[in-house]
Design a protein around this ligand. Structure first.
Ligand code: ADP
Ligand code: MG
Ligand code: ZN
Length: 483
């Protein structure tokens, strides 16, 4: 029997608002425990939550970017469960009336693009965090994260492999970062994912029983956990067994998933509308206001780069991986007097090559580049007009990075200008031929290999600065001259 995986992902993205979702406390990560708290987020009796407008706007940005329908009215619900990091005994979330539904994204895969449906997006508050100290048999609770705003993005079960799941995750991650509504940091938990996976017989409609995987904190781990889980379920089914509906935890070190709890018992949240919060009404004018502010999204940008600058898909992908890289590239290309495909490709090569390598080594992004875009354009121009060779440019770009100086200045300071003056080079070549009559005779007698010797001599005499093409032409001409 051949099995087909069916996967749906639930993503939690922490929003980059200054304040928490229902109180004025800071939502910034990394403060001393319990310093970002107040009676509201501590869950004291009698306090009233007030919705942060920015949270709704950030949710709308994601909804528009993923082609969702934004509902005119939505409300908040209490999701009841007990956990020591949840002081109220319930989490404020959204349930029966979500704000956004029926969306989709287009994911880039090796074999082309695939559309994956978005079931819904809703807003909710995060819970706190328990901390354990191995030297002390106690649990500590940090409530700084309590009430930090999240959006949950639930996908349709449209994903069919672990690689597709990773591609979908990357796609959503990139959109959130482009929209500047989430920092996307998976290690700090600002971007988290639960993966639901089941197997069905290929070619049949009904879905199998699913397991929900948690605790994966990188794209790679999501992919590995799903690969493992698909094999595990296949093994169970082939052995005549049944997959049980449960939550499983990914163990990164062992590379396996473990059963955490069975789904049935964990699932009775007794949702009911939160009586402390009024329904949220989103009118068209508000939607249009947000729509106007939407930036160009990664996929659109990639396609435009390929069209406008005629660069290959690979280059466009690397250049649009972050908004900072993309705007650096566009500023570089805009510094050329005229945009032409050759210069656009050269700019891509320098930016995705030497410059990106140096920035990565320093853990810097393009906004912190010591070389401004204009200087990369200048570098390309002085290579193009023959002032320096491509080989010299490698050293120049390193020096530009170190000193922040423009390439023209470095070239002048170091006396790097390529010798393209034919008169001067002719003299040098003539001198070398005169000093080496033996080799000249050998060449003229047909020993072509000596040609390399002459090139070496000219390079030595000019400190490597002579234009290689010009040396070649001159040597050919002058060696042949009196033959
Ligand atoms: P829950 O709240 O129990 O997690 P949801 O209905 O919100 O349930 O579904 C969560 C995710 O599970 C969605 O992304 C959905 O696409 C996915 N899903 C639902 N059924 C299956 C299945 N049989 N196999 C794989 N994924 C599934
Ligand atoms: Mg779930
Ligand atoms: Zn608070």
């Amino acid at each position: 029997m051949e099995f087909e995986p069916v996967i749906g992902l639930e993503i939690h993205a922490q929003l980059l608002t200054d304040a928490k979702i229902f109180c004025g406390c800071s939502s910034k990560f990394g403060a001393a425990p319990n310093t970002h708290t107040c009676p509201v987020c501590l869950g004291m009796p009698g306090v009233l939550p007030v919705l942060n407008r920015k949270v709704v706007e950030f949710m709308m940005k994601m909804a528009l970017a993923t082609h969702c329908v934004i509902n005119r009215e939505c409300n908040f619900a209490r999701k009841n469960y007990f956990y020591p990091d949840l002081p109220k005994g319930y989490q404020i979330s959204q349930y029966a009336h979500p704000p956004a539904e029926h969306g989709w994204v287009e994911v880039e895969l090796d074999g082309g693009k695939k559309r994956i449906g978005i079931t819904r997006i809703h807003m909710e508050e995060d819970a706190g965090k328990l901390m354990h100290d191995e030297h002390n048999p106690a649990s500590y609770v940090d409530l700084n994260r309590t009430g930090v705003p999240l959006i949950e993005i639930v996908s349709e079960p449209d994903i069919r492999s672990a690689e597709e799941a990773a591609a979908y995750l990357r796609c959503l991650h990139e959109i959130l970062v482009y929209l500047e509504i989430c920092d996307g940091n998976m290690e700090e938990g600002s971007f988290r994912c639960d993966a639901n996976v089941s197997l069905r017989q290929r070619g049949t409609e009904p879905f199998g029983i699913r397991a929900e995987l948690k605790n994966m904190n990188s794209f790679r781990n999501v992919q590995r956990a799903l690969e493992y889980e698909i094999k595990r379920q296949q093994y169970v089914l082939e052995g005549g067994g049944q997959v049980v509906q449960e939550t499983r935890l990914w163990d990164d070190t062992a590379g396996v998933t473990h059963s955490m709890r069975s789904k049935e018992e964990a699932h009775d949240y007794r949702y009911f509308p939160d009586p402390d919060l009024v329904p949220v009404v989103i009118d068209n004018a508000w939607i249009e206001e947000i729509r106007k502010e939407q930036p160009e999204l990664p996929l659109e940008k990639r396609e435009r780069f390929m069209r406008e600058y005629q660069i290959p898909a690979y280059d466009a992908g690397v250049l649009t991986a972050t908004p900072a890289t993309a705007s650096f590239y566009e500023a570089t290309v805009a510094s050329f007097p005229t945009i032409n495909p050759k210069a656009a490709k050269a700019a891509s090569n320098w930016i995705t090559g030497d410059l990106m390598k140096m920035l990565n080594e320093d853990k810097k992004d393009f906004t912190a580049s010591p070389i401004p875009p204009r200087a990369i354009a200048e570098l390309i121009q002085i290579i193009d007009d023959g002032t320096i060779s491509g080989k010299m440019a490698k050293d120049v770009v390193e020096e530009m990075y170190k000193s922040g100086k423009p390439p023209g200045e470095i070239v002048k300071e170091k006396g790097l200008v390529q010798i393209t003056d034919e008169g001067a080079l002719t003299k040098t070549v003539a001198g070398i031929l005169e000093k080496n009559p033996e080799q000249v005779a050998q060449y003229r007698a047909g020993k072509e290999k000596v040609f390399g010797f002459f090139i070496g001599q000219v390079m030595k005499a000019t400190g490597g600065k002579a234009n290689p093409q010009l040396i070649n032409d001159l040597l050919k001409k002058m060696l042949a001259g009196d033959r």
